[in-house]
Design a protein around this ligand. Structure first.
Ligand SMILES: Cc1cc2nc3c(=O)[nH]c(=O)nc-3n(C[C@H](O)[C@H](O)[C@H](O)COP(=O)(O)OP(=O)(O)OC[C@H]3O[C@@H](n4cnc5c(N)ncnc54)[C@H](O)[C@@H]3O)c2cc1C
Length: 364
């Protein structure tokens, strides 16, 4: 908030990619260019390939690079992850005054490059994880890796309204934990009908003076206990059979226009913020044929470690985590994945070196 009377705006796409794409001085980064020695077949080989360049992928890159694993990060055409579409991040430790999302991701990148991580701004569009070396293709180039870390994140699902896109970061959000604090003593709406929407509505009552909970059906899908809590909370007002037709406002959200599914007519509620809580979509498309997913479609990990169902493939960040979904938890899991990959490679090499030596001796 600029002052205590105006809802804080997280301006959308602030500084998009500018900071992120400025390579560290002396770095070897070259967008879309092969970044390591190619094999005879033209493939680029690395001990570790990391897919994704959000907080999870770049933290994995920092740790892997400092462990001398010389990682390649295939970071996505739109690198930097979800923090590139927000401005103010106030809860990432180490920045007491807050920091702009793109600036934070620029620093992550710079730190990874400082230790030799090589970053390619391309999407992985195909993989073959059927055996080592694992094979990944991005922008027409084949990459081969002894270990892979998947850190492709998850995308919030939006309503798809033009007004929602225009006011994103100006009162429209998809993250109550991240942005609830900006709505102290304000009136807001939460849109959705599942447990996440009910949880977010209850969480937001800590800040907001009033929370309108809007759902298009005649009953919530969330658990009975959460429904009962929301229904009995003095700050929460339920609006069933209502669809969001438009979010109104110029510089900031000012109101929401609702359609009615059970009777004719519309209604308009004046408010300061709208939280869309209709789900997230993990970015798993290229891995779906190889890696196990849970009932929500997120990649499954061992839990004690970041190991996936394929030996040598590790997973970190929002792509496996539908519970916490924060930059700091994604970064923490990126660190875990890099340490897991490093130990796994060391164990493989300890096992394979004597076998290779024995094989060579037999051949003589
Ligand atoms: C509006 C908004 C505001 C937020 N504010 C905060 C906040 O204030 N504080 C906070 O802690 N958290 C915040 N979050 C949550 C935070 O951004 C995420 O938890 C965090 O970014 C997850 O990191 P990640 O690395 O797992 O994934 P992401 O940040 O999603 O990064 C994934 C990366 O993988 C890339 N990728 C995907 N598919 C491929 C592919 N096939 N090939 C190559 N690359 C691929 C994507 O392009 C992306 O760069 C916010 C989220 C949103 C949506």
């Amino acid at each position: 908030m600029n002052d205590d009377t105006t809802p804080k705006t997280k301006s959308p796409l602030a500084g998009l990619n500018l900071n992120f794409l400025a390579p560290a001085e002396g770095s070897q980064t070259a967008s879309m260019a092969p970044v390591a020695a190619t094999t005879a077949g033209g493939a680029v080989s690395a001990r570790v390939v990391i897919v994704g360049s959000g907080p999870a992928g770049l933290t994995a890159a920092i740790y892997a690079a400092r462990a001398n694993l010389e990682p390649i990060v295939i970071g996505g055409v739109v690198g930097g992850g979800q923090l590139m579409i927000t401005s103010e991040v106030e809860n990432y430790p180490g920045f007491p005054e807050g920091i702009q999302g793109p600036e934070l991701m620029g620093l992550f990148r710079k730190q990874a490059e400082r230790f030799g991580a090589r970053i390619v701004d391309a999407d992985v569009d195909r993989v073959n994880l059927g055996g080592r070396p694992f094979r990944l293709w991005a922008a027409g180039i084949e990459y081969r890796a002894e270990a892979v870390i998947v850190a492709t994140g998850a995308e919030a699902i939006w309503l798809g309204l033009e007004s929602e896109t225009r006011l994103r970061g100006r009162g429209v959000s998809a993250c109550a934990t991240c942005d609830g604090f900006f709505f102290r003593d304000k009136t807001i709406a939460v849109v959705g009908g599942g447990d996440s929407a009910l949880e977010e509505a209850l969480f937001l009552t800590r800040f907001a003076s009033k929370v309108h909970l809007i759902h298009r059906r005649d009953a919530f899908r969330g658990s009975k206990i959460m429904q009962a809590r929301a229904a009995s909370h003095p700050k929460v007002e339920l609006h069933l059979n209502r669809t969001v037709e438009e979010i109104l406002g110029g510089e900031h959200v000012e109101a929401i226009r609702l359609g009615k599914t059970n009777e004719p007519g519309e209604e308009t509620l004046p408010l300061d913020g709208v939280f869309v809580a209709i789900g997230h979509r993990p970015n798993v498309a290229v891995f779906r044929d190889w890696l196990e997913t849970d009932e929500r479609g997120y990649l499954r990990i061992d839990g004690a470690t970041t190991a996936s169902n394929i030996d040598g493939v590790f997973v970190s960040g929002d792509v496996d985590d539908h519970r916490y979904r924060q930059a700091v938890t994604a970064a923490g899991e990126g660190c875990r994945a890099a340490i897991d990959a490093e130990r796994w490679l060391e164990a493989q090499e300890a096992y394979e070196a004597p076998r290779a030596a024995a094989g060579a001796a037999t051949a003589h």
